[in-house]
Design a protein around this ligand. Structure first.
Ligand SMILES: *Cc1c(COP(=O)(O)O)cnc(C)c1O
Length: 440
């Protein structure tokens, strides 16, 4: 059985080749070389629209869907998100700079991060981002000072730890979450921070944010987070007479990587979360907040594939068969980091029946440099083209130059046409910042 996970935009054509966005992968490889990231523009745009439409349709208050750019951050994707009417979640000066250079509207940019540097905060204040999501009390102090230096009043929200732990599919409400992100509700920290913010002159508190995790398939933790956050907002209103205008429930919606994974109906997710928010607001007599959601992975992961050329194929008798590719943990570190699983197929002989179990290994000097362990493939030989599916998120954005491997190009495909959105790095790029001191 050949599975392509019912991924939109992918099909196997008459030449027995994998096709993405109407482009034959073998042709793409001939034109651009390997390793190659390929992203399907229609899939990205459709995913943006699904979220935006669902929020517009099901939530009677106002709101905004932000694309969490850390999943895949380049000029082109920022431009697409802007065109689709999404906002942008950035977590560093580099991501913010990318947004700026893509001319992303700053009044739709949210700046996150658990340790923003003073320089990054200054940059965000000066660029006039819509919201700085303050992580902790110390950052609040620093930001108030920076905002005063810049002569600007900056609108903020607080990142709150709602005390919800998501463990794969199970969730448990924990007394206290050990996390480097955000301020805690249980120990009163959050109340102190709100009090401090309300007394400040250069920051204006607008609302609250939480992000309970990533790759979550179950709707219940999101509903619970909404409940906990709205209870908190209600409590803050009682204590301080301050009613938050914004509730940001973060991202983390699950993505199907392999056959065994569930698939998530994002439309239904938003519908249920919106209903919970409306119910609780009515119950607590608080006005409907501006509702923000921040999907990253689920927008870009299913849109991307990575193409590799097979090199050495070697069988270690009675142990396993290794298929080596011309990339690896440098362009996809997710197996090394999380033992992440991927669906893999032969892009040049896509209908051939899988008949042997192999381990796909990268070319880096690390035994952990694996892309997939024990996957079924047709008999693979040198020169074949492997396609790893669902690599649109946290692959390019986590890539490195380990072993001085140049980063692959990224190609955007649509209606049978392809465009480069990130150039392949050259060896000169690799040594670009190296300096040979004259006296050396
Ligand atoms: C990572 C992150 C997201 C996006 O998470 P996904 O799993 O990619 O949807 C959203 N918000 C915040 C604050 C994050 O850190």
């Amino acid at each position: 059985m050949i599975t392509i996970l019912n991924l939109k935009g992918l099909r196997i054509n008459e030449r027995n080749h994998l096709e993405i966005g109407g482009c034959d992968c073998v042709d793409l490889v001939q034109q651009y070389g390997t390793p190659l990231y390929v992203m399907d523009e229609d899939v990205i745009r459709n995913n943006c629209r699904t979220y935006k439409k669902a929020l517009d349709k099901y939530y009677s208050g106002d709101g905004m869907v932000l694309y969490a750019s850390k999943a895949f951050c380049t000029l082109a994707i920022c431009r697409i998100a802007a065109q689709e009417g999404l906002g942008l979640d950035v977590v560093s000066g580099g991501e913010l700079y990318t947004a700026k250079m893509a001319r992303f509207p700053m009044d739709r940019v949210y700046f996150h991060g658990n340790n923003k540097t003073p320089e990054e905060l200054k940059m965000a204040v000066e660029l006039g981002v819509r919201r700085i999501v303050v992580d902790n009390a110390e950052e609040l102090e620093v930001l108030d000072f920076i905002a005063s230096e810049c002569g600007r009043i900056t609108e903020i929200s607080f990142r709150i730890k709602p005390g919800i732990d998501t463990h794969t599919h199970e969730y448990i409400k924990t007394g206290k979450v050990d996390s480097k992100f955000g301020i805690s509700m249980e120990n009163g920290e959050a109340f102190d921070a709100v009090k401090a913010a309300l007394a400040m002159k250069n920051v204006r508190l607008v609302g609250f944010h939480c992000h309970i995790g990533s790759q979550i398939f179950d709707i219940e933790p999101f509903k619970l987070a909404a409940r906990v956050m709205l209870d908190f907002i209600s409590e803050i209103k009682t204590r301080f007479g301050f009613e938050a205008q914004e509730l940001n429930l973060g991202g983390g919606f699950g993505v199907r990587y392999v056959e065994g994974d569930e698939s998530v109906d994002y439309d239904e997710f938003i519908k249920e979360v919106a209903a919970v928010v409306e119910d609780i607001c009515k119950d607590r007599q608080i006005s409907l907040p501006f509702l923000v959601l921040e999907p990253g992975r689920s927008i870009v992961a299913p849109a991307g594939i990575t193409l590799y050329t097979v090199g050495n194929v070697r069988e270690i008798k009675d142990v396993r068969k290794y298929v080596s590719i011309d990339g690896g943990m440098t362009d996809n570190p997710r197996y090394a980091l999380y033992r992440a699983k991927y669906e893999i197929l032969l892009a040049n002989r896509s209908c051939d029946e899988p008949c042997e179990k192999v381990t796909v290994a990268g070319k880096c000097c690390e035994s952990g440099d694996i892309i997939a362990k024990d996957v079924m493939l047709p008999r693979v030989k040198r020169g074949d083209i492997l396609a790893v599916l669902t690599t649109g998120a946290y692959n390019y954005s986590m890539s490195s130059n380990y072993n001085r491997l140049p980063r692959p190009a990224v190609v955007l495909v649509k209606d049978g046409k392809s465009r480069i959105i990130v150039k392949r790095e050259s060896y000169d790029d690799i040594i670009r910042n190296d300096v040979l001191p004259e006296d050396l």
